[in-house]
Each structure stands twice: as structure tokens, then as C-alpha cells.
Ligand binder design. Structure first.
Ligand SMILES: Nc1ncnc2c1ncn2[C@@H]1O[C@H](COP(=O)(O)OP(=O)(O)OP(=O)(O)O)[C@@H](O)[C@H]1O
Length: 608
């Protein structure tokens, strides 16, 4: 357990480690303050028990002569006030420390969560294609929460209590034995009062946590669900920022709740000892005599016991809780290690093929041709090649079709062209310049992509077309033009809210064809120079598909259009068609050429 806690400490970032060490100082100060508050009651009680100590040569007598107060009763009063002030100070230090510890735990939890989200959002397409998004969501939400609530927070509490236990135990060994009596009635009443006071606030914060958590899950669902679009559009930062915001809201609300559930204890201690002091004064003024020597010792141990017993309990509870929750740390340990000190800037400098945010990268205006030169690609863990020594040339501003049986490598070829996958061998060049990690962002900025299945988030149609762009930053002219080109006009007219109608989680309130048209409008919104459609019209009825294909063919001569299609009718009007089979490019030509000379193509056309 200690080794795992040490490993966890190593995986904290520099700022978090520094804050933890600073807190450690506060924890030691708190332990000393609590110890002093326990010890401070002794001189007061010894004076109460035996006023003749003022004439002796002990600490109380020394204070008495220093104070210049003549009346023993009024000295007792002022000593009581001083002890109360010390108790108040100790209680305040304890409250501040517990507050800082709780805030630290919640904040580190939120920061770890944000760190993992950023780490996953900036991974390449292959990472997401070979993993499960719900796993990522689970790690970010559940496992991180368990790490925070089951390990970090209990560790912070245990750390504080253990310091106190050690100090207090040492002091008690130097002192003597014990009995204590507590006014249960006062306690119950005071607790009820405090609970009544904070209950509404706790409920309010709880609701705040729930709503912010919902927002976090939504950002995770939307971000990972549409990661291909996010990567291509370079919208990672927009998602990460919104997520950060929700994380902060959770941290504040959770932290406040923890403060409110922990601090009453200190108020109660204040109530208890204030009561004892005033009760003692009252009894002394109304009655004669005292409980003599036993009272100071009794007071010290009652106070010490009150502090020690819950502290022991807390240490015990924390150890069990940490033990039970360290498995959550194991779940995310590798990702935490990989994301250590990872920032947007460091991600940009990192090796490997990655897609970065679209800002500042500019556009790569292709003038002549896109070329695949002996491109070979195998997916990790697969022995057969998805693409095998593919050479092809796509002329700019032409309409190109990619056809072939299912699994022949069409989508893989497109993913390589989009820069989402990197060839194992060979290269992709644009006007003779190789596509590589340094220029990939500007290349992706010029491409509009419509995937086989379009991810829609539970937002308005407008927000789904301008995916990831905040609603107030959407360019409405571009949006309407894109919607119109994608033949969404008549559909939008039927909706009371038009472009601002919501589509439901993953667009459940829409038909497959409507979803596809929104996907097409999304690609058109960016006014990309290169449009890639991967089975983008497969869910459309024949008439709508024909209309959309006509709209797309209208771009002929203005944009480069690459269409993957199963239905050969979709690619009939293409300037050139590439025929794939089992990862090989086996033929290339116009529809008529291929029909006349290629047996496989003829069969496909006959079965279409
Ligand atoms: N993420 C992946 N991980 C592993 N293998 C994959 C992955 N994606 C595709 N493949 C494999 O690569 C090969 C080519 O797949 P690809 O999706 O490129 O074919 P396709 O021609 O586009 O098929 P379809 O027309 O059915 O979409 C197939 O054998 C497929 O199983």
C-alpha cells in the first residue's frame, strides 16, 4: 500500500506535489495548535481547583504577577478568556487545515480527470479505433472519482490525524491518567442546530455536483463519439475547455460539502469547552469550594480523549478505505504516467502522427494532384495487410470514386489520405510534398469528411452542423448555405424550431437519411476544398441521393471530391474510379472503361 501511495505521489504534477508539501506544514501546525489547546486548559483548571496556586512559584503564579491584576477572581476571568482565545485559534487553524485538505483532494481529483480527458482527446485515430470510448469515460469519471474519494481524500485526512495522534500521544505520556464527562444534551441540540443550518446548502451543492457531472459525461460522450470529426476539424480545445469548466464546478461544490460536513466537529469542540468554562465560572461564583487537584488533569484528558478517539477512528477508516480503492489507481496508473506533465504545447511537439487544434495551422491548397506512392498498411495485431503497395493519383478538382468489395481497403485508403493513419511503407504526397506530422493539420483543415455513420450530439441541428463550435460563434450564412446544399431545407421547414431543433442523443429523433444529410452539411459548412464521402449517401432514398449527388457534382471543377460507394450508381458520373480488392488497387478508369474491360466491376455493376 505504501509503495502504491508513493507511486501515486510520483505521478502528481509538480504543482500538485508542491501544494501537498505546503499542506504538510499546515498539518503539523494544526497538530501543535490542537495539542496546545488541550494543554492550555490545565493552568486554568488548576487555578479553579486551588486558588492558592497564585501564591506558589508555578506558571500560573508567574502569569498572575506579570498580569498586574490584583483580584484573583478577575485574573481567573481573564485567564479563562485567554484559554478560550487559544481554543478559538486552534479550532480556526483546524478548520482552515481541513478546508485546505478537502479542497486539495477535490482539486487534484478534478485535475487528474482533466488531465486524462486531454490525454485521450489528443490521441490519434488508431488509439480510438482500437479502444472503447466507454472505457475511457469510465476511467475519467468513475475510476478518478474513486481515486479521489477513496484514496487521495482519506490519505489527506489520515495524514493530518496521524500527525495529531503521534504528537498528542507523546504529550499524554508526559502527563497522567483520565476521566471525562460530556454534556450529551448540549451536544445533541447543537448538532441538530448546525445540521438544520447547513442541510439546505449541502443539498444545493449536491445538485450542483450532479448537474456538473452530467455536463462532464456529455462532453465525454460528444467528444469521443465524434472524435473523427473533432480530430479532422481540430476542435479538441473547445471540448477540453468546456470540460475544464464543469470539472471546476464539481470541485468547488464537492469541496464546500466536505467543508460543511467536517467543520461542525470543531464548532462542537468550541461549544463544549466554552460551556465548561462558563459553567465552572458560574458554579464558582454561586457555590463555595472546588474539586481540587483532579480537575485540571480531568479537563486535559477529556479534551485529549475527544481529539484522540476520532483521530484514531479516522486513521483506521482511512487505511481501510485506501486499501479498498487503490485498485482504481491501478486502472489508470499507465495513463496517468503517460499524461504526466502533458500540456497542449507539449502534445504539439510530441512525436508520432497527431492532429492538433486547427488554430494557426492555415490551409494547404492543393493545386495539382494527391498521390499514393506504394502505400502499405496493416492494422496493429492483424497479419493481413489492409492496403498492399497501393499507387494511385487523384487529380485535384475532379470527382473520384473508390469501389470494391467490403473489407477491400477503401476506408483505410481514405483514412491514410485524411492523415488519420500513417502508412507502414510508402507515402502520400500532395503536389510532390510528402504528408507528414508537421503539415498534417493544415492538410486536414482543407478537408471535409462525411463518415459512414454520422455522430450527432444531443444539441440543435445548427450545433451539429457546426460541430464543436460554440452556438454564438456559428456563422449563420455558411450554415444555411450548407444545410441547403445538403437538401435539408424542406425537412427544417417541418420543424417548429428549424435549425435550432434538438436531435436527441446520437440523433435518435432523426432518420438515417436525415442524419446523413446533417453529416454532409457539416462537411460543407467548413467550405472544404476536398470533400471525402465514405458511404455518405447509403441511407438515403434514391431520389434524395440523386439530388445530393447532383449538388455534390455541381462542385465538379471547384472542389476535389472522393466518394466511397457500394452502389455503383453513386459513382457513375465520377471522372475516375479506383477499384480495390483485398487491399490491392486492381483497376482504374471511367465507369464505362471499367465496365467494358473489368470482369469484377461488371459483376458489381450487374448486382448493383
Ligand atoms: N480499426 C481496425 N482495426 C483492425 N482492423 C481493421 C480496422 N479497420 C478496418 N480493419 C480491417 O482492415 C481491412 C480493410 O478495411 P476497410 O474498412 O478499409 O475496408 P472497406 O473496403 O472500407 O470496407 P467496407 O466497404 O465494408 O467499409 C478489413 O479487413 C478490416 O477488417
Amino acid at each position: 500500500m505504501l509503495k502504491q501511495l508513493k507511486d501515486l505521489y510520483q505521478l502528481l504534477d509538480v504543482g500538485q506535489k508542491k501544494r501537498l508539501l505546503r499542506l504538510q506544514i499546515l498539518v503539523v501546525i494544526m497538530a501543535f495548535a490542537e495539542l496546545t489547546s488541550v494543554v492550555a486548559i490545565a493552568p486554568f483548571m488548576s487555578l479553579v481547583a486551588d486558588p492558592s496556586v497564585l501564591n506558589g512559584d508555578g506558571l500560573v503564579a508567574g502569569l498572575y504577577s506579570l498580569s498586574g491584576i490584583e483580584q484573583p477572581r478577575s485574573f481567573l476571568f481573564w485567564l479563562g478568556v485567554a484559554v478560550l482565545a487559544m481554543l478559538t485559534l486552534a479550532a480556526s487553524i483546524s478548520m482552515i487545515t481541513i478546508w485546505r485538505l478537502s479542497m486539495y483532494g477535490s482539486r487534484v481529483g478534478a485535475e487528474i480527470s482533466s488531465r486524462l480527458y486531454r490525454h485521450y482527446m489528443y490521441q490519434n485515430w488508431l488509439f480510438h479505433a482500437s479502444g472503447s470510448s466507454s472505457q475511457l469515460t469510465n476511467k475519467i469519471a468513475q475510476e478518478t472519482a474513486r481515486l479521489t474519494n477513496g484514496v487521495i481524500n482519506p490519505f489527506m485526512q489520515m495524514n493530518a490525524r496521524l500527525t495529531l495522534v503521534v504528537l498528542m500521544s507523546v504529550a499524554l505520556v508526559l502527563y497522567d491518567p483520565v476521566v471525562a464527562v460530556i454534556g450529551i444534551g448540549i451536544f445533541s441540540f447543537a448538532y441538530l442546530l448546525i445540521f438544520k443550518f447547513i442541510r439546505a446548502r449541502i443539498v444545493r451543492n449536491g445538485k450542483q455536483v450532479t448537474s456538473a457531472q452530467k455536463q462532464r459525461f456529455k462532453m465525454m460522450g460528444d467528444g469521443f463519439g465524434g472524435i473523427k470529426d473533432v480530430i479532422l476539424l481540430g476542435r479538441q480545445a473547445l471540448f477540453v475547455n468546456k470540460f475544464d469548466e464543469a470539472c471546476k464546478r464539481v470541485a468547488v461544490a464537492q469541496g464546500r460539502n466536505q467543508v460543511m460536513t467536517q467543520t461542525p466537529r470543531y464548532i462542537m469542540e468550541l461549544v463544549a469547552f466554552g460551556t465548561i468554562i462558563f459553567l465552572t465560572l458560574f458554579l464558582l461564583s454561586s457555590k463555595e469550594g472546588g474539586i481540587q487537584d483532579v480537575l485540571p488533569i480531568l479537563s486535559v484528558f477529556a479534551l485529549a480523549g475527544m481529539k484522540l478517539l476520532p483521530a484514531f477512528q479516522q486513521v483506521y477508516a482511512s487505511v481501510s478505505q485506501i486499501r479498498g480503492s487503490l485498485v482504481a489507481f491501478e486502472e489508470i496508473r499507465d495513463d496517468l504516467s503517460n499524461s504526466l506533465n502533458e500540456t497542449k504545447e507539449s502534445l504539439k511537439k510530441d512525436g508520432g502522427i497527431r492532429s492538433y487544434d486547427s488554430e494557426d495551422a492555415g490551409f494547404w491548397h492543393a493545386g495539382n494532384e494527391i498521390k499514393f506512392e506504394n502505400v502499405t498498411y496493416s492494422y496493429p495485431g492483424k497479419s493481413s495487410r489492409a492496403l498492399n503497395d497501393v499507387c494511385l493519383t487523384i487529380p485535384i478538382k475532379k470527382v473520384i470514386g473508390l469501389v470494391g468489395e467490403s473489407g477491400s481497403g477503401k476506408s483505410t485508403a481514405v483514412d491514410i489520405l485524411l492523415g488519420l493513419l500513417q502508412p507502414d511503407n510508402g507515402k502520400v504526397t500532395i503536389d510532390g510534398r510528402e504528408l507528414c506530422r508537421d503539415n498534417i493539420r493544415s492538410w486536414q483543415n482543407t478537408i471535409g469528411f462525411v463518415p459512414q455513420s454520422i455522430f450527432l450530439s444531443d444539441n440543435s441541428i445548427a450545433e451539429n452542423i457546426a460541430y464543436g463550435v460554440p452556438e454564438n460563434e456559428i456563422n449563420m450564412d455558411k450554415l444555411r448555405k450548407a444545410a441547403s446544399l445538403a437538401h435539408l431545407d424542406s425537412f427544417l421547414k417541418e420543424l417548429p424550431d428549424g435549425l435550432f431543433a434538438r436531435v436527441g442523443e446520437r440523433g435518435v429523433q432523426l432518420s438515417g437519411g436525415q442524419r446523413q444529410r446533417i453529416g454532409i452539411a457539416r462537411a460543407l459548412y467548413e467550405e472544404a476544398e476536398i470533400l471525402v464521402l465514405d458511404e455518405a449517401t447509403s441511407a438515403l432514398d434514391g431520389i434524395t441521393e440523386k439530388k445530393i449527388m447532383e449538388a455534390i457534382h455541381d462542385f465538379s471543377g471547384k472542389k476535389t471530391i472522393i466518394i466511397i460507394a457500394h452502389r455503383l450508381a453513386t459513382v457513375k458520373k465520377c471522372d475516375s474510379i479506383f477499384l480495390f480488392s483485398k487491399g490491392h488497387l486492381i483497376d482504374e478508369g471511367s465507369f464505362e472503361d471499367l465496365c467494358s474491360r473489368n470482369e469484377i466491376f461488371r459483376k458489381m455493376a450487374a448486382n448493383a
